[in-house]
Design a protein. Structure first.
Length: 157
């Protein structure tokens, strides 16, 4: 693929995902620029994402997520778990992937996943429901990712 590092692989995605929620699976393969020290370059992650449900399977990949996106999502999830109110959004700058989770009045979680391999020509949106008991595992997955890929160089923002 044009613009992808040589070590980049887009395969069958058979390895265990780093983050899983309902039909969404997310793998992080590393930093886009592993040797960068500037905040805006050093924190982009190479990801593979797949949403699979009810006969649909959409995949996207590339440097479309930053470590700060995961951190914000994790913090919002923690508030949701504590208060059973509000929403958490994994909303990177790039339009390829967006996940919004909202707590409903009876504690159910309404999820919207927007994912596309080509935002110029395609739109794929999934509306899902889950139980709030899924959220702590999602927070744990975010914590594990932030341990592997901590936010670099916040002093230079």
């Amino acid at each position: 693929m044009e613009g992808r590092p040589e070590h980049w692989h887009v395969g069958a995605m058979t390895d265990d995902p780093d983050l899983r929620f309902l039909g969404l699976s997310l793998w992080i393969d590393g930093h886009q620029f592993p040797d960068a020290d500037d905040y805006w370059d050093a924190n982009w992650l190479l990801i593979r994402a797949r949403m699979e449900t009810n006969g649909a399977r959409i995949e996207c990949n590339g440097p479309i997520l930053m470590t700060a996106d995961i951190s914000r999502f994790r913090d919002q999830l923690a508030i949701m778990v504590k208060t059973l109110k509000g929403e958490a959004a994994l909303q990177p700058l790039e339009p390829d992937l967006k996940v919004v989770l909202r707590i409903q009045s009876k504690g159910q979680v309404e999820a919207t996943v927007d994912i596309t391999p080509d935002h110029m020509t395609q739109q794929h949106s999934f509306a899902l429901d889950a139980d709030q008991t899924y959220l702590p595992a999602l927070i744990d997955s975010c914590d594990a990712l932030l341990t592997r890929f901590p936010i670099k160089n916040t002093a230079k923002i």
